[in-house]
Ligand binder design. Structure first.
Ligand code: 5AD
Length: 351
C-alpha cells in the first residue's frame, strides 16, 4: 500500500514539499491528527524513554553548527570513566527506563576495547538495551561493539544536500560517506537511526523534502530530527558559512517546521521510533508535548552526571540543564498521563 497523506494523496516529492510549506492551521491540524493516529496504530501509546549518557565532549570534528567542535578551545573537555557510566545507567534503571544511549563527540580516545568492555558490563549488570552515537568509526570498531552487545546506532546525516553538507563539514565533506556508514551499520545488524537538522542556513524546502525522502529510502528504524539552534561560538552562530536563502525558500528553524517534519516522518516510516527531541523542547514544554502528539514516541532524558551536563554544549540552553532527573522524570510522567500515553517498559526495540 502506498504511503499517503490525510487526503489520500501519495507522499511523493511534490506532496511532501507542499506540506512543509503549508501554513493553514486547519490543514496542519489534519496532518498532525493523522500522524498521531498512524503512530497509535503502528507503535502504540507507549513512549519509550532512553537514558542519554553523554560519554565525552571531546571531538576532532569542525561541524560549523556544533558547540563541542575541536575549535572551541575555551570549552573544558571531559570523558566519563566506567564508574560514572555505571552510575548513570543505574539512574536509568531506577527510573524504569529500558535502554541507554551512549553519545559522544568523535573522540578517538574512546578506545575500542574500553568501549566494548563497557558495553559488555552494562549488558551483564543492567540488562539495558544499548544505543551508540559515537560518530564515524571504523568497521572494526563498529563490528566489535555490535558483538559486545550494542543494539542500535544513531548517526544523523544532518542534511542530504551535498553542497550544504560539504559547507558545514569541512573536515569530512562527503555526505555519501555518512550515508555509507548507515548501510554499514545495517549490515552489521544494528537497528539504525539517522535524521537531520531543520532550518540550517541555506536549507531549502526542496532540500528538506529530499531529506524526508532519504529517511524513507534508508528504511530507518529510528529518526531524530530537531531545529537548528545557533551557538554563538560556532561559525554558523557568528554568521559565517552558508547564507540564509531568500524568504519563501529558506526553511525556518522553528518548532512548527520541526513538527511538520516529525509528522511527515511518521507517515513515511510508520513503525519507526521517533523522539520528541531536547532541541525541540528548548522551545518549551508545549513543544515537547506537541512532538509527542504529532508522531513522536520516544523521549531521551539525560541521566548523566549533572555537573558535566553544561559542558556537552552542542547548542545553547540545552533543555533540562537546571533540573534534576527525578523532577524531570516526574514532570514527564505527568505530561504522558495528560496526553493519554504511558512510559514503555523493556528495551523498546524496533519491529
Ligand atoms: N542545533 C541543534 N542541533 C544540533 N546538533 C549539533 N549542533 C546543533 C545545533 N547547533 C545535533 C546534530 C547532532 C546531534 C547530536 O545534535 O544533529 O547529530
Amino acid at each position: 500500500m502506498p504511503i499517503c497523506d490525510p487526503d489520500g494523496a501519495v507522499l511523493d516529492r511534490a506532496t511532501l514539499e507542499r506540506w512543509l510549506r503549508e501554513d493553514d492551521p486547519e490543514r496542519l491540524a489534519a496532518l498532525y491528527a493523522y500522524a498521531d493516529r498512524v503512530r497509535a496504530q503502528e507503535v502504540g501509546d507507549a513512549v519509550h524513554l532512553r537514558g542519554l549518557i553523554e560519554l565525552s565532549n571531546i571531538c576532532r570534528c569542525r561541524c560549523s553548527y556544533c558547540g563541542i567542535g575541536v575549535e572551541l578551545r575555551d570549552l573544558s573537555r571531559y570523558r566519563l570513566d566506567e564508574a560514572q557510566v555505571l552510575w548513570s545507567a543505574a539512574r536509568a534503571v531506577r527510573c524504569g527506563y529500558g535502554s541507554v544511549v551512549l553519545q559522544a563527540g568523535e573522540d578517538s580516545g574512546l578506545e575500542v576495547g574500553w568501549v566494548a568492555a563497557l558495553i559488555e558490563r552494562l549488558r551483564r549488570e543492567t540488562g539495558l538495551a544499548i544505543s551508540l552515537s559515537l560518530g564515524q568509526r571504523s568497521h572494526h570498531e563498529l563490528s566489535r561493539w555490535r558483538a559486545a552487545g550494542a543494539d542500535r546506532y544513531l548517526a544523523r546525516f544532518e542534511t542530504s544536500d551535498p553542497t550544504l553538507y560539504a559547507a558545514l563539514h569541512p573536515h569530512a565533506p562527503e555526505v555519501e560517506r555518512r550515508i555509507a556508514l548507515l548501510y554499514q551499520l545495517r549490515a552489521l545488524g544494528y537497528q539504525v537511526g539517522s535524521g537531520m537538522l531543520v532550518g540550517l542556513p541555506g536549507q531549502s524546502y526542496r532540500s528538506l523534502t529530499n531529506d524526508l525522502l532519504l529517511l524513507h529510502r534508508l528504511g530507518l528504524q529510528m529518526v531524530g530530527l530537531g531545529p537548528f539552534l545557533p551557538h554563538p561560538e560556532t561559525p554558523l552562530g557568528r554568521g559565517e558559512g552558508p547564507a540564509p536563502l531568500a524568504e519563501g525558500e529558506q526553511v525556518p528553524a522553528s518548532a512548527e517546521l520541526t513538527c511538520k517534519a516529525v509528522a511527515l516522518t511518521r507517515l513515511l516510516l510508520p513503525r519507526a521510533h521517533i523522539p520528541s527531541t531536547t532541541a525541540l523542547a528548548t522551545f518549551g514544554a508545549e513543544a515537547r508535548a506537541s512532538g509527542l502528539g504529532r508522531g513522536a514516541n520516544v523521549v531521551m532524558p539525560n541521566v548523566g552526571p549533572p555537573a558535566l551536563r553544561a559542558l556537552y554544549a552542542i547548542y545553547p540552553a540545552k533543555g533540562q540543564v537546571d533540573e534534576s532527573l527525578e523532577r524531570f522524570d516526574q514532570r514527564l510522567g505527568r505530561l504522558l498521563a495528560k496526553l493519554g500515553r504511558y512510559p514503555g517498559v523493556g528495551p523498546g526495540h524496533a519491529s
